[in-house]
Design a binder for this molecule. Sequence first.
Ligand code: 1QQ
Length: 414
Amino acid sequence: MFQHKWQTSSLDKLKKTRKFAKLTVYLSIFFVFIFITACNQNVSSTSNSVDNIRIGVALAQTSNIALLGQESVSGAKIAEEYFQANHSFNNLPIKLIFQDTGGDEAGAINAFQTLIATDRVVGIIGPSSSQQAFSADPVADRAQVPVIGPSNTAKGIPEIGKYISRVSAPISQVAPTAIKAALRLNPNLQKVAIFYAQNDAFTKSETEIFQQAVKNERLNLITTQRFQTTDTDFQIQATNAINLNPDLVIISGLAADGGNLIRQIRELGYKKIIVGGNGLNTSNIFAVCKALCDGVLIAQAYSPNYDSEINRTFRTMYRARYLKEPPQFSAQAFSAVQVFMEALQTLERSHKVRQMPLPELRTALNQQILAGKYNTPLGEISFTSDGEVIQKNFYVAQIEMQDGERGKFNFLAE
Ligand code: 1QQ
């Protein structure tokens, strides 16, 4: 009995021990599995490679800058559609991630930070304005993320850092062509009135270029009138200038203020030539100055008539979607996407891009961007080692209003 009891209890013990051993084995397998999985995750998070290649697009979709920023968004969307349909790009799936920057520096910095840290993009197209770029670009540069400026034309943008380049030609190369066009329309013009917004990095940069070009052409700068991009009433500045009887008015502002200034100068009776800067370079000003936009000259870094296969395709796609000619801001944003796409493709030929650790990929991509030549709707472009765009063709267009609402940009013969 006793023995039997012992036997049963030792048998129980044995069973229990076996159970325990089994459980230990199961648990060990389980923990080893967890450990391996965790290690794997660790490996991929330390190597930081990305399965999905994402390019950030940080542009002004809202605020006063959106009058220009939306045109860039349209161009980037056409590019996305074009490259997704193009079979030679199928081997490397690439997605664009859009972030609205709004119109100020804080919005641009926020959008950049989200794209860099959360979306883990390989590079960024943006922001819309130079004013924003001087704040947001250093954030990307410090994070070693390549940025291509699609519409930043002020002096000093590529010099922000090694990771900053632009496809938007500097205003120093674009603006003077509009003054030459004004001189062709009126070779006798002498007296020039300059207007500029003093609260924006781009408008301040552009007016310096215009003022230098006026000097170079030996014209007479009779007055310089200042305003803010937020102003809507220009009676004082317009009257001051008109009283001096200028032959040419040159405006460096943004779209809403610039459009209002044109309207008020015309309403006060000024009948001679007006040159608008890049901030007025959108058909969105038609809603502001209406029929009074007629005749304004604006220099262009893009022409819809530029004869190349990529531009014909871009123009056809744009016209099918928006029922008008593609504007410069759209062509520049398309070109920025194209530069990223082609640079990534070239890189893929020598590396397996998706297996590269993200920091390494961003750096290699930046080097590849600067090394390449691109046949874009803007023409053939490349970059200096600093990231400044090298572009050949510039144009001047003159606004022709059909009625109070509808108008177009006519490209002038050189
Ligand atoms: C700049 C520009 C503006 C017109 C873009 C919105 O050229 O800020 O550089």
